[in-house]
Design a protein. Structure first.
Length: 138
């Protein structure tokens, strides 16, 4: 069964997970850096690097969770959803990476890519169309 409303709730849960995880990661990196050299926290390059680490951690979360044996992030698991390919099979890391990048594109395009879910026959967002994936009940 294809879904759309539960996907939004899963998105909210995952946003909280990624935000909290990123905050903890940022705190740990900042604390460790301050122990080594307190002045590093004032360096704009440090801000850029920590931002990149946070972004990569977020990408890794979605890529590896969607391609895992659970086929779902924590939010999708909580909502009883999973990601499959168009044949209902588990997706690999490559397809999951493509879906994740497509998801960021959807967000950059003023969320239009996400709104497509309400208007497509198979309830696919732009990121699902790009990667050839579906979100279904698990």
């Amino acid at each position: 069964m294809l879904v759309s409303g539960s996907g939004f709730c899963a998105y909210v849960i995952d946003t909280v997970v990624v935000t909290l995880g990123g905050g903890m990661l940022g705190f740990i990196i900042g604390f460790a850096a301050a122990l080594v050299s307190p002045d590093i926290l004032l360096n704009p390059v440090f801000d850029i690097l920590t931002g990149l680490v946070g972004g990569l951690a977020s990408v890794a979360y979605f890529v590896f969770m969607h391609s895992s044996s659970k086929q779902a992030t924590l939010g999708k698991m909580a909502m009883g959803l999973k990601v499959t390919d168009l044949d209902g099979e588990r997706i690999g890391v490559g397809k999951s990476f493509l879906r994740t990048i497509g998801s960021f594109v959807s967000a950059v395009l003023l969320m239009v890519g996400y709104l497509m879910v309400a208007f497509t026959e198979r309830k696919q967002g732009l990121h699902d169309k790009i990667a050839g994936t579906l979100v279904v009940r698990s």
